[in-house]
Design a protein around this ligand. Structure first.
Ligand code: GLU
Length: 368
């Protein structure tokens, strides 16, 4: 899929060098205004859009008057704390005139490694996108210590793309794609239009050229590409410094497009099916038929609950005859599931004493 207009859900990574002036560390406000037009255009086409934006450290550094050299971790964290608040506000102010609501989402590497946190952040993102919001994601640099950091937003953006099941990830960069040699010192270097697969030969071509302000280089971009494409998400690297880079990309601006392998949902479902179940729910015949039609599993259709599972744990789905018909991630603990089984979704709050999600297992979290 070498196109934004065919995508349903798009994650755009914005590097620090695009958003923040090299000299002085001020915001590139006109560029951001134009980017907001691009986002509004995609939203107008009915796309879900997530922005993964760097720039907190670069912005904070300018405000605090810290040197342009490599910062110590504590300095970078302080700069991020100062810069992030400005970064989020800048996006909010740029997108509000288009009637677009923004949200700030700060994540760490652990949020994707830990399954419960992963599922929770996924559910939050899903809610936000369902409400038409454009989440502005960054790493939570202020709390993420070195060992638990992504450190670069290329890989973070890929993880976000996988988490939300995006079909396209765009890395807006200061280079317009992947070259077979460093274009800076080799005039004959050729850009790849399309990369079907990221092979070791392709990886060997990526020098590690960060641009000072950002942590990412071509290596982290290819790592991002491997994560995204393996989960069914196509990826584009394109130059983002000029105004309206997303519209330009759609019109065929220079870029390297990486092919997706499989579709995002299928990859996720394979992952769910491969997990060791912590329990089981037995469903009645009506629910089994509904599941086969592609619906979520509601508590009303559950006849029995076994095992001791927590929220987000994988559970087997058994039919009335006791045969396994699928597996999914439960949105309730075994104890909660036992209490709400057989009840209509509207009754959940009354039974539990607190509100909960309508489905016991959402169809997106289920492999049949
Ligand atoms: N999270 C960092 C920031 O917002 C950027 C990391 C990167 O350069 O990729 O400043």
């Amino acid at each position: 899929m070498a196109s934004l207009s065919e995508a349903k859900r798009i994650v755009v990574k914005i590097g620090s060098a695009l958003l923040v002036e090299k000299a002085g560390g001020g915001l590139r406000a006109a560029w951001l205004t134009a980017l907001a037009e691009d986002v509004a255009w995609l939203k107008g086409l009915g796309k879900d859009v997530v922005l993964v934006s760097s720039g907190s450290i670069a912005l904070g550094r300018g405000v605090l008057g810290l040197p342009a050299t490599e910062l110590a971790l504590e300095q970078a964290q302080a700069a991020a704390a100062v810069g992030q608040i400005r970064l989020a506000r800048a996006y909010e102010e740029a997108l509000a005139p288009h009637g677009i609501t923004t949200a700030q989402v700060l994540v760490t590497l652990e949020d994707s490694a830990d399954r419960r946190r992963y599922l929770n952040s996924r559910a939050t993102m899903e809610q936000l996108l369902g409400l038409g919001v454009v989440p502005i994601v960054n790493e939570n640099d202020t709390v993420a210590t070195d060992e638990i950091r992504y450190g670069d937003n290329d890989r973070l953006a890929a993880q976000v793309a996988v988490t939300v099941g995006a079909d396209v990830l765009v890395l807006l960069s200061d280079v317009d794609g992947l070259y077979d040699a460093n274009p800076g010192d080799n005039p004959d270097a050729r850009r790849f239009e399309r990369v079907e697969r990221i092979t070791p030969e392709i990886e060997a071509m990526a020098g590690d050229a960060g641009s000072g302000l950002s942590k990412g280089g071509m290596k982290t971009k290819l790592m991002a590409g491997k994560t995204a494409t393996a989960a069914g998400c196509a990826m584009a690297i394109t130059q983002g410094l000029n105004s309206n880079p997303l519209k330009a990309l759609e019109k065929g601006a220079p870029a390297t497009w990486f092919d997706a392998h499989g579709d995002p949902q299928a990859a996720r479902k394979r992952w769910i099916a491969s997990m060791k179940p912590r329990g089981a729910v037995s469903v009645d015949d009506g629910a089994a038929r509904a599941l086969a039609r592609g619906t979520s599993l509601l508590p009303a259709g559950v006849a029995a609950v076994t095992g001791a599972f927590g929220r987000g744990d994988p559970v087997e789905i058994l039919n009335a005859q006791g045969h396994k018909i699928g597996q999914g991630l439960s949105r309730y603990t075994a104890e909660e599931a036992e209490r709400i089984r057989g009840h209509r979704s509207e009754e959940i709050e009354e039974v539990l004493g607190y509100p909960g999600r309508a489905a016991l297992i959402h169809r997106d979290d289920m492999a049949l």
